[in-house]
Design a protein around this ligand. Sequence first.
Ligand SMILES: [Zn+2]
Length: 288
Amino acid sequence: MKKQKIKLIALGIAVLVIIAAAAVLILNKHYIFIAGEYIGVNCDKIELAETVPDGITRRTLDELRADSRVTFDESMMLVNTEYVLRDDFAPAISEYNDTGVLMNDCMKDAYASLSAAVSEKFDVRLLVSSDYRTAEEQANEYNEAPAVATVPGASEHQTGLALDVYVPYYASYGFIKTDAGQFVDRECWKYGFIIRYPVYGKSSTGIPYEPWHLRYVGAPHAKIIYNNRMTLEKYIKSLEVGKWYDVDGYLISRQTLDDDAGLDMPSDFAGAVISPDNTGYYIITVQK
Ligand SMILES: [Zn+2]
């Protein structure tokens, strides 16, 4: 009799726990989305095949700058408290479509495509709460809130490659409770962006999940980082210096700049983006 009573109580408790868990999930459906992102339910692992491209030659930066197929930008810069920006760092910044939003020139088309997709799919405007910051502005942010803002030189907002986005009435963590926010987090890689501080990334970025902080890295890097559940820190360090990788129609190489000899490039290609990575190397992205 006593045993039966204990069993009944245990069963009652189990039922209550299940009901409570179900209620929490129904009221916070975004937890399921976040758990999916943590596991990578939407990710399709991409292999980076090592390769030796045909016709590799050394070309000086001047030669590369004169080549109309080559674009120099800052898209692959790693910025954190370990790799801070130089004091004289001056990115290519301008205003986006008369909105007052300042961003790096290299990502304007990508951002236009992403925000158009959000408007079209969800009939809502993707808005920006924080854009490019000067070193002075970052210093002010840091002085006002040292617990959440990073030190000057260590913020991606100083590159103009990062935007904090929201939709009306849903900013900060609220963003991920919306369909538009979940679309941005899950699909922004298709537009060249990553969630720079992903839900699984704190051990490598040092920063908790920020579903609102978008970072432009371009193709195919955004696709690789999202699908391989990486952070920018891990991805850049996974590229062995001097090697070439063949992935998704692109050739990628992380190289040391030899000031006299320049950088290795294949002779035949459609387009290329060359960016410093802020860890002492250049990342070359060649479209075949
Ligand atoms: Zn941010």
